[in-house]
Each structure stands twice: as structure tokens, then as C-alpha cells.
Design a binder for this molecule. Structure first.
Ligand code: NAP
Length: 332
């Protein structure tokens, strides 16, 4: 292995933030018991914030590389459960936030974070889903655990055209659910229907449903946006229904009342992909590979090289990305 590798590196030079592709020496890697040669990473909202001037201080340990997801091959490890050549996935655990991330040809990480890539999914396609797909799968699993089945009634998905929303629709459709997709981009109706949405609702129509309780329209929900949209979803969930709350694209607040909970026995379930336990992650990755075919992964994937990341990283902050962006790290 060469003593140097390339990475997108953020650092402070005379208090000025610079983010550029840099040649780095192996000895500058952070601590960790495992070294991984990264093949692919992905673009998530947090990565958009990191690449665009480290907004909201996503990267908290400069100098470091952004990238909250990676898929690659173990090149050395002191953990007996892994060996050189293993194909692995890392998402969460502070990767790209407190620990140097996946926009780097070589990373050194803690082996507790590694997931052995299931055989039914390729390295590239694991990043077609990445953190967004893991979050969507965990949301579906939690709805199932709460007792929702595809005969319970329709499921509503908010932020439908985003990464988590699109993948949630794809997974629910595979599992035979009827789905309403809520979007601010009605022009993407065709795309959402191709993913498997049965009905499309505009964000404005959901925002207008502002009563504490509306008639029960849906058996369950996957909400990626929070705030008023989540409150209005809660107001229209049928008796005994469940809502997986996994995102805050429109805000951190939740201006709701207790009525959906005490009059309709609604469950609001929190979803976290960052510190999610290993057994749940293994199950979720295996199911993602079972449910989505290679052709379907390809259909939602737009591949860019690390040197092309700037444009999609801007678009994701403007809410203009459709589907998922995979970042090819090997061929910078
Ligand atoms: N819990 C976890 O572990 C976890 C993991 C990953 C992501 N997340 C969170 O989940 C959310 C979605 O992530 P993502 O990767 O899917 O992001 P994304 O690709 O940027 O999609 C977000 C979508 O939310 C909608 N949206 C954006 N701004 C909005 C606003 N002001 N009001 C209402 N809707 C708005 C848009 O959908 P339309 O275009 O269809 O309107 C947008 O496409 C983010 O908040 C992210 O931080 C959480």
C-alpha cells in the first residue's frame, strides 16, 4: 500500500476554512483498530452541509474529511471477527462528524462500527441506500413491530422525493403497502408513482389540515420532516396507528396536542440510525438487499466522483436532489 492517499479534506488555515482534495500521509489517519480502503460513499443532507462550508458545524474535529457513510474493503484490522479483504459498510457513529469520514480513499475506524456487507448487495448499491436507506428500513421495521401490516390501511410518507422518503416508498411498495407520498415538488409525481406511491398529496394540502384531529386517513406514517407536517400527520392517523419519526427537514419543533395519543391510541416511534445497535443494523442491511433488486438500486442512483461532489452537495441543501447520489471514492 502506498504511504499516501487522496481525500476531500477540511481544515482551518489561518482561521479560514478550506475544503479541497488533498494528498494525505497514512500516519495522519486518526486512531482506530481497522483500516479500510473506501470504494464508495454517498451524499446525505449532513454531507451537503459539511461540503458547503461546514454549516451547523457538522464536522467537529478539524482537520478531517466529510462523509457520513462508506463502503469498502478491510486492509488491516486487529479485531479477530474481521480480516483483510472483508467487504464492509460503516454508517453513523460520528463518521464525518467527530471522526474523519468516507470522502477519503483510506479511513481508519473502530471495528465496532463495521457491518459485514451482506452478499445480496454490492458495495456500490450499499451506498445507493447508505444512511438514508438504513433509516427507511429501520422505520419500516419499527412500523411492523408496532403491529402495522399491509392490510392495516394506507401509509403516508412525508419528504417523499428526498432520500429517506424515496427509499421508504420503494420498501413499502415491495412489502405490498398502499402509500400516499407527500411532497413539495408536485412535478415529481411520475417519479414517486414509479417508486410505488399510489397517491400523491401536495405539502400545502397537508399543511392546511391544521385541526388537532382530522378524520383518520392513514394507518401509519414515515415522517422525514417534523414540525407542522408531522403534527398534521398525527392528527389524521386512524385508531391504533403508528408513526415513525425519523427526520427534521422542516424543523425540530412539534406543534401537536395529546389528542391523537389519548383519543386514538397513536404511537409515535423515534428512529435513530447513528447509534442503532449492531443486530438491528445487520437485519436492516440484509432486508434491504432482499427487498431491492440491483436494477432498482441502479434506477435511483446517480454516481459522481469525489471531484464532482460540489454541485450535488449544493442541490441537496436546496431540496433539489431526486433519489440518491453515490460518490465514487476509488476513482477520484
Ligand atoms: N433519524 C436518523 O437516523 C436519520 C438518518 C438520516 C436522515 N435523517 C433525517 O431525515 C431527513 C431526511 O433526510 P434525507 O436524507 O431524505 O434528506 P433529503 O434527501 O434532503 O430529503 C428531504 C426532503 O424533505 C422535504 N423537505 C425539505 N425541506 C422541507 C421543508 N422546509 N418543509 C417540508 N418538507 C421539506 C423535501 O421533500 P419533497 O421534495 O418531497 O417535498 C426533501 O426532498 C433529514 O432531516 C435528515 O436529517 C435522520
Amino acid at each position: 500500500m502506498s504511504n499516501t492517499f487522496k481525500a476531500l479534506r477540511a481544515e482551518l488555515e489561518s482561521e479560514e476554512l478550506t475544503i479541497k482534495i488533498t494528498e494525505i500521509e497514512l500516519e495522519n489517519l486518526p486512531d482506530g483498530d481497522t483500516t479500510v480502503e473506501v470504494h464508495y460513499s454517498s451524499l446525505n443532507y449532513k454531507d451537503g452541509m459539511a461540503v458547503n462550508g461546514n454549516k451547523a458545524r457538522i464536522m467537529r474535529n478539524l482537520p478531517m474529511s466529510p462523509g457520513i457513510d462508506l463502503a469498502g474493503i478491510v486492509s488491516s484490522t486487529s479485531n479477530n471477527n474481521f480480516k483483510k479483504g472483508d467487504e464492509v459498510i460503516v454508517t453513523g457513529w460520528g463518521l464525518g462528524e467527530t471522526h474523519s469520514g468516507g470522502y477519503s480513499q483510506i479511513v481508519r475506524v473502530n471495528s465496532d462500527w463495521l457491518i459485514k456487507k451482506p452478499n445480496n448487495i454490492s458495495l456500490k448499491h450499499s451506498m445507493s441506500v447508505g444512511t438514508a436507506g438504513l433509516t427507511a428500513m429501520l422505520s419500516v421495521i419499527e412500523l411492523e413491530k408496532s403491529g402495522i401490516t399491509n392490510s392495516s390501511g394506507e401509509i403516508v410518507v412525508t419528504g417523499a422525493a428526498g432520500g429517506v422518503g424515496s427509499l421508504s416508498i420503494m420498501l413499502l411498495n415491495k412489502l405490498g403497502y398502499s402509500i400516499t407520498a407527500v411532497t413539495g415538488r408536485m412535478e415529481l409525481e411520475g417519479y414517486l408513482k414509479d417508486l410505488g406511491a399510489n397517491n400523491i398529496m401536495s405539502r400545502d394540502d397537508l399543511l392546511a389540515m391544521s385541526r388537532p384531529l382530522n378524520s383518520g386517513k392513514w394507518a401509519g406514517a414515515i415522517d422525514t420532516v417534523g414540525s407542522t407536517l408531522l403534527a398534521n400527520v398525527l392528527s389524521a392517523i386512524d385508531y391504533g396507528g403508528s408513526v415513525a419519526c425519523c427526520g427534521n427537514a422542516s424543523g425540530n419543533d412539534l406543534p401537536t396536542t395529546v389528542l391523537p395519543f389519548i383519543l386514538r391510541k397513536i404511537q409515535l416511534i423515534g428512529i435513530d440510525s447513528v447509534y442503532c445497535p449492531r443486530n438491528l443494523r445487520n437485519d436492516a442491511w440484509k432486508r434491504l438487499g432482499e427487498l431491492i433488486t440491483p436494477e432498482e438500486f441502479e434506477s435511483i442512483t446517480n454516481e459522481v466522483s469525489l471531484s464532482e461532489i460540489e454541485k450535488p452537495a449544493k442541490l441537496i441543501l436546496e431540496g433539489k436532489i431526486q433519489g440518491r447520489t453515490v460518490v465514487n471514492i476509488k476513482d477520484i
